[in-house]
Design a protein around this ligand. Structure first.
Ligand code: GAR
Length: 213
């Protein structure tokens, strides 16, 4: 059976593209029912349109706070009844009511090894600049379930990426992004196969059929 995904974006949308490509290659038994952007100028909207996916713009700046904004998002999402919600470079914080409504059915990708370089204020290029400023030798990608609180949900998958002496925020972002794309598709594949089990803070991954990884 095909699962229905909804993807929330704010920018370039390369993680959205990874999902679109994975579906096209038959790697995910899913369809993307709707892509919602918090910005009207997000390139992610073009990627969605090119793939024939319905889009909606719900501008963050049109709402007074995260609560009002999240209510608007809930309304736009309701008719699509998504099985799984993916935050993919989505730069707004969702209200507790929103997160509780989709509890256990929202994932996010973060461009560092949580719990380092995460939480309020750590998004996009700022994360990579903070890693470089701190002098960390390793960064990475984290795929998590979203809970109330910024970047605090149970971790599904993580992978380390080395930091080189020659790195800039851009070059580090590029290497981390390549890992995010692969890891995020894998996490969604596991979820759709019913292989992810949340027990407290830990996410257990059960083996696939025939020991498939
Ligand atoms: C990704 O690196 C994602 O992890 C990050 O923004 C980038 C979006 O790229 N998200 C955050 O920092 C959220 N805290 P994309 O628009 O090309 O998918």
């Amino acid at each position: 059976m095909q699962a229905k995904l909804a993807v929330l974006v704010s920018g370039n949308g390369s993680n959205l593209q990874a999902m679109i490509d994975a579906i096209a290659f038959g790697l995910l038994p899913a369809e993307i029912a709707i892509v919602i952007s918090s910005r009207s100028d997000a390139y992610a909207l073009e990627r969605a349109a090119r793939a024939g996916i319905p889009t909606a713009v719900v501008p963050r700046k049109a709402y007074a706070d995260n609560e009002a904004y999240s209510e608007a998002l809930l309304e736009v999402l309701a008719p699509y009844q998504p099985d799984l919600l993916l935050l993919a470079g989505f730069m707004s914080v969702l209200s507790d009511r929103f997160v509780n409504h989709y509890a256990g059915r929202i994932m996010n990708t973060h461009p560092a090894l949580i719990p380092a370089f995460c939480g309020p204020g750590f998004y996009g290029a700022r994360v990579h600049q903070a890693v470089l400023d701190y002098g960390a030798k390793v960064s990475g990608a984290s795929i998590i379930f979203v809970e109330t609180g910024v970047d605090t949900g149970p971790i599904i998958l993580q992978e380390a990426v080395p930091v080189y002496d020659t790195d800039t925020a851009d070059s580090l972002a590029e290497r981390v992004l390549a890992v995010e794309h692969r890891l995020y598709v894998k996490a969604v594949r596991y979820y759709l196969a019913g292989r992810l089990h949340i027990r407290g803070r830990r996410v257990y991954i059960t083996p696939g059929e025939g020991g498939e990884k």
